[in-house]
Design a protein around this ligand. Structure first.
Ligand SMILES: Cc1ncc(COP(=O)(O)O)c(C=O)c1O
Length: 456
């Protein structure tokens, strides 16, 4: 017998239930595709993350990264537990405000901050603007001056260093090298960082209070020497040390090219696919938080102790969302059984052949997996897959697949390409079901095209 995740159970008629709520019944009521969010799981993930840091360090701010899932009910639920918000666009600022985050609990990030949006952020009195370029710094200083405010800023640092020719032609780097290492454009390079600080200290309407890097890997090692240098040479005290996001949920599983290649060889030899058993799982947040906070304490020396800011997104909201998809039909092609479902990368853009999302058949919840299938979405792209080489009980038309860990970068990143976007419900341990996003209609999609004018 397989093990079910916490909060899930199987009903007498073999249906998957969340907090006792039959998921097949939810599909009958709301249709498919349907996002189902577990409020308890959401809160537990947030609390686990916060505790992991607070158990090791006294001054911690957890900024929920709004873009990960900008649904108002989700944002509000996290805000009520004490989260701050990380906003990265005008839309994010608007979501944060509407979900009830006061300005002094919002930090403003992102590589593109037009003047009007900076103005809004300053009107909202955000806690920090994390500046990413000299141009942005000058613009922000001017806007702040015009508004008669002094704005606290952080500087986003990018640890990227130019690579040698040989490193560039290394197959591991080649594609990124050809694209000019796209990630290097965020923030100030280590080479420019000191001059950025120097420049910021000369701008009358900015007050440097923070330093930031994203994702968190290696952030403390990179940032502490710079904090020390600007403290000693420029007298800048770093109040906020922001290590960004990038914390993988403990339930996340993915495979690498090597695993896929090896599996292809197994397939050629007629052996069973082992992809389902693989997948580096997510990280232990307790260990990560401890290593970050230990590193900060060890490296600070006589520097004043900063508040550590974190910007988690996926860790908090990823595991709380499941996606229910209806099987439209199955077919055989290229030795595989293909299961065609009614939602794909249009609503889960981050899913790919590398992801290993757990899938259960909601109307055959206790049945054992018996056949290997590929699950594909409704789009016209070959890469529109939900899962490859996954083992499910025998499935056919009308069955409902529940795809786990679909809370992050789904609702906020989905498109209306070919299909209006699906609804979402929030459920909790009291057995309550709340519709938190209505199903879109074709009219909704067309409304901004001036549908009425066409009909006249
Ligand atoms: C600046 C910044 N902070 C936080 C996040 C959230 O990242 P994650 O969902 O991986 O935690 C992102 C994601 O792109 C980001 O760009």
């Amino acid at each position: 017998m397989f093990s079910l995740r916490e909060h899930f159970s199987v009903t007498k008629n073999d249906h998957l239930a969340l907090h006792g709520i039959d998921l097949v019944d939810l599909c009958a009521e709301y249709g498919t595709p349907l996002f189902v969010f577990d409020e308890d799981c959401l809160i537990e993930s947030f609390e686990r993350f916060r505790r992991a840091f607070e158990n090791n360090y006294s001054k911690v701010i957890v900024c929920y990264s709004i873009k990960t899932n900008n649904n108002l009910a989700i944002c509000k639920a996290i805000r009520e537990k004490g989260a701050y918000a990380e906003a990265a666009s005008e839309l994010d600022l608007c979501v944060a405000e509407t979900a009830g985050f006061p300005g002094d609990r919002v930090i403003f990030d992102g590589p593109y901050k037009p003047e009007g949006v900076l103005r809004k952020a300053l009107e909202d009195r955000v806690l920090l603007v994390n500046v990413e370029s000299f141009a942005e710094m000058e613009r922000l200083d001017r806007v702040a001056g015009e508004m008669g405010v002094e704005q606290a800023v952080g500087l986003r640092i990018n640890p990227f260093k130019s690579h040698s020719f040989f490193a560039n032609v290394n197959p591991k780097n080649l594609i990124r090298a050809v694209h000019g290492y796209p990630e290097c454009r965020f923030g100030f390079s280590l080479r420019d960082a000191y001059s950025a600080y120097e420049r910021a200290t000369k701008l009358r309407n900015l007050r440097v209070e923070g330093i930031m890097m994203h994702p968190y890997h290696g952030a403390v090692r990179m940032l502490l020497p710079l904090m020390r240098e600007v403290h000693e040479r420029l007298g800048i005290e770093t109040k906020y040390l922001n290590v960004g996001g990038g914390f993988r949920p403990e339930t996340t599983k993915s495979v690498r090219y090597a695993d896929l290649t090896l599996d292809l060889v197994r397939q050629e030899l007629g052996l069973r696919s082992t992809l389902g058993d693989k997948g580096g799982s997510g990280e232990d947040i307790g260990l990560i938080a401890k290593s970050i906070t230990d590193e900060v304490r060890r490296g600070l020396g006589d520097l004043p102790e900063p508040t550590i800011i974190t910007e988690p997104g996926s860790f908090i909201v990823g595991p709380s969302g499941i996606l229910l998809l209806r099987v439209d039909h199955t077919k055989s092609a290229s030795e595989f059984k293909w299961v065609i479902v009614d939602g794909g990368t249009n609503i889960v853009p981050s899913i790919s052949v590398f992801s290993r999302h757990e899938i259960l058949v909601a109307n055959k919840a206790a049945s054992s997996p018996e056949e290997m299938v590929n699950v594909a979405g409704p789009l016209l792209y070959p890469d529109d897959v939900i899962a490859i080489k996954t083992y499910l009980p025998g499935v056919g038309e009308g069955d409902v697949l529940s795809v786990f860990d679909c809370g992050a970068y789904t609702i906020s990143s989905s498109t209306q390409f070919l299909y209006p976007r699906p609804p979402a419900v929030l459920v909790n341990s009291r057995g309550e079901v709340e519709l938190i996003r209505e199903k879109e209609t074709c009219e909704d999609v067309l409304r901004k095209d001036g549908l009425r004018r066409v009909r006249d």
